[in-house]
Design a protein around this ligand. Sequence first.
Ligand code: SF4
Length: 118
Amino acid sequence: MNDRDPFAVAVIPLDVKAVSRRAVLQRGLMAGMLVPFATFFVDHRSYAAAMALTPLTQEEPTAKARGYMLKSEKADQHCDNCTLYRGKPGDPEGGCLIFPAKSVASGAWCKSWVKRPT
Ligand code: SF4
């Protein structure tokens, strides 16, 4: 004979396992940590736009190391046709996977340029 409350029997199936508070907290913490990364995978460009990006200058050591130029000297190579660029088409600047937390000019160039697949 079932001595459970009839309402509980109707609403809560018998196979529901007891979940500890620790497990709930751990899963909640992990889910909270994944939210920024989920945003990144959903749309790289909006992630870059959401971040507060500081414009990259040619004088910065990392920029110098990669030969970053604000205006590309190669007509067919510039940031907005580089696969590492995260700006939207038509934007004057955008994020770049090589320079985290920085924005690069859409007409700029560096040695890491890789043609964006068409
Ligand atoms: S890798 Fe270089 S060329 Fe490509 S977007 Fe970044 S700065 Fe521009």
